[in-house]
Design a protein around this ligand. Sequence first.
Ligand code: NAP
Length: 311
Amino acid sequence: MTAPLYERVALIGLGLIASSMGHAMKAAGLAGSIAGHARSAETRQAALDLGFCDLVFATAAEAVAGADLVVLAVPVGAMGPVAREIAPHLAPGATVTDVGSVKQAVIEAVAPHIPAGVHFIPGHPLAGTEHSGPHAGFAALFRNRWCLLIPGEAPAAAVARLRALWEGMGANVEYMEAAHHDLVLAVTSHTPHLIAYTMVGVADHLRRVTESEIIKYSAAGFRDFTRIAASDPTMWRDVFLTNKEATLDILGRFTEELFVLQRAIRMGDGQALFDYFTRTRAIRRGIIDAGQDTDAPDFGRGARGGAESGR
Ligand code: NAP
């Protein structure tokens, strides 16, 4: 049997991403032991009962003691305060990483607290579901998905070890610069979520006119929006508050495109609409060809069902 990549992993925050990491690390024998911390006793107990943590602690400070890998898996807005709390308790030579959906704001909030001799390597697995909490996780969540790492000034050996961990959990790893990450994710994830929230909000207003018809006749398009709009409110509030500039930039471009389509509809310009939809259809094909289709049959989610999305 090969030695685990990390002797002791500490998961701070025990929701969808951390629980999936715990299950995946255990399935592949990547961690000697896994310690966990969440605020509520109920979540901590669930982590033990579900078996993705070996031991849990009421404080993050206790959980990180002796860990050679610390994973911050709390909402983006909580990363800074958690980093401040754990800083004095981090073991020399340890790696601290995070899984937050925004990178520049997390780096600004966390990096100042990381002591010399501890390596901070921010990360973001592009995998998720609309479910949250410790019961939502499963070992296959990261399989065939991207994980973006921001190596910064961290030593190559520490980066390679973290990369091996993500690869061991089934992910494909790429390195990226934080500002670029935030712009790319604003296009591929953050703004689409905002649009889904908005569309469901529109339907909610309309419901007063049409009563239950929106639920009863919910067609594929609207149903897909409602799935995305069911995502965790705390997580997404923090994403928009911290990836403000990139989201506003993409939202501005979105509004311009919407006006183009609005005008084509008003003018009865069928050719313009047809050409536009032909272009967007090709993008969808590209995603399927790249194996990033949410409904890919070989995706391995088994009985859990539901669609996944990169967040
Ligand atoms: P989640 O399922 O909602 O779980 C969040 C966890 O963090 C819970 O265990 C919660 O504990 C804990 N927590 C919240 N605030 C805390 C605090 N101040 N101190 C300590 N623990 C705290 O969240 P998630 O979906 O796993 O997301 C975690 C991180 O991953 C976020 O930064 C998010 O941006 C990122 N991410 C999410 C997705 C996705 O699709 N969900 C994808 C990629 C990355 P309690 O139960 O005790 O409240």
